[in-house]
Design a protein around this ligand. Structure first.
Ligand code: ZN
Length: 352
């Protein structure tokens, strides 16, 4: 699966290099031969030969082992060199900064966290994040570091890396986050909405959603195998669907948003009610978009994962007309899904 090319600062020479790297990555430890690469990518043997020579020269691939064929000479296997490059992913949470460093294979090779308060000025928070980036890249060859993905609450314009009027973050309005972090770190920076980063944290079904309940509620979407950002990169404001016109007032100013209903129930010590309300929202989402997999994430949800999962399952069973024909897989996302997805954006510089 690829992200929108407009959001990538592509490093590899062309799409074909990226396609070869993705095919090698998909085979993992078992490796892949040049003949298999040609078959898998649709490229000619000559093109594969040139591209793999270049990627070997750049240290991204290595020859490791041979595949004994039934006939003819054994074929050399190619594998990714995981530590040839790394990428960083940050989650600007409303009360905490989380940062991960991943290798080319997506494995976490470093992590850090620090308290933050996004209600205040942006400058000190960004300075702290830049210091964390310096700590996690200390001693590395700068050419090894592909870049920094930064995920934060929306609404924001992911193409320009500019924040809009984010609820509860008045000092961040209009902030050119991508430019600010690029200036502080010297790295290529990509900005993404937290929930969209979450849905990109792992490969999964072609029609899937990442539903995040933490200090807010939102959803990231992959539809038809591609991330869905919407016309202004602001799709997935799942938490602000109105479910009760007479419900509690939401942080966004409207009344009865699903986010407000869930958070009010949690604050009142009624997690079962929050879980049931979220289940209704998830069933709405499944019916609207024919989603086949829902990734459950966010600390508030994962802290009571069994309760939320069973309530969502019950609402799906009650509200989706034919659950056997339209089954939905519920998967628990890792706690670090958002920074992992953000790091994946920076890995996109080589994988496309
Ligand atoms: Zn709202």
């Amino acid at each position: 699966m690829t992200t929108d090319s407009a959001l990538n600062l592509t490093l590899v020479r062309d799409r074909n290099d990226a396609a070869v790297l993705r095919a090698v990555r998909a085979r993992g430890e078992s490796g892949i031969s040049r003949v298999q690469l040609a078959a898998g990518t649709g490229l000619t043997a000559q093109a594969i030969s040139k591209i793999t020579a270049r990627l070997l020269g750049e240290g991204l691939l290595t020859e490791a082992g041979r595949l004994a064929g039934a006939t003819g000479k054994p074929r050399t296997l190619l594998r990714l060199v995981p530590d040839a490059r790394c990428a960083l992913g940050a989650h600007l949470g409303r009360s905490e900064l989380r940062l991960v460093r991943v290798d080319l294979g997506g494995a976490v090779t470093g992590r850090s966290a620090a308290p933050a308060d996004l209600r205040g000025e942006a400058g000190p928070v960004l300075d702290r994040l830049a210091a964390m980036v310096r700590e996690l890249t200390a001693g590395l060859d700068p050419a090894q570091v592909l870049g920094l993905g930064v995920a934060c609450p929306g609404p924001l314009d992911a193409r320009d890396g500019v924040l809009h009027e984010v609820t509860g973050m008045p000092h961040w309005r209009g902030l050119r986050l991508r430019e600010e972090m690029a200036a502080r770190t010297g790295l290529p920076v990509l900005v993404e909405k937290d929930t969209t980063a979450g849905v990109l944290s792992r490969l999964g079904a072609d029609h899937r959603a990442y539903v995040f309940l933490g200090e807010g509620l939102g959803a990231g979407l992959v539809l038809g195998g591609r991330v869905h950002r919407g016309a202004r990169t602001n799709a997935g404001e799942f938490g602000h669907q109105c479910v009760d016109r007479a419900g509690p007032v939401c942080a966004c100013g409207a009344r009865g948003c699903l986010e407000a209903v869930c958070l009010a129930a949690l604050r009142a010590g009624r997690p079962a009610d929050a879980a049931q309300a979220l289940g209704v929202g998830v069933a709405n989402l499944v019916r609207l978009l024919d989603i086949e997999e829902v990734l459950l994430g966010g600390d508030a949800l994962l802290d009571s994962a069994d309760l939320f999962e069973s309530a969502i399952r019950a609402e799906l069973a009650a509200r989706v007309p034919d659950p056997t024909w339209q089954p939905v897989t519920l998967t628990r996302a890792p706690r670090l899904a958002v920074p992992l997805g953000a790091a994946g954006l920076a890995l996109g510089r080589v994988f496309g």
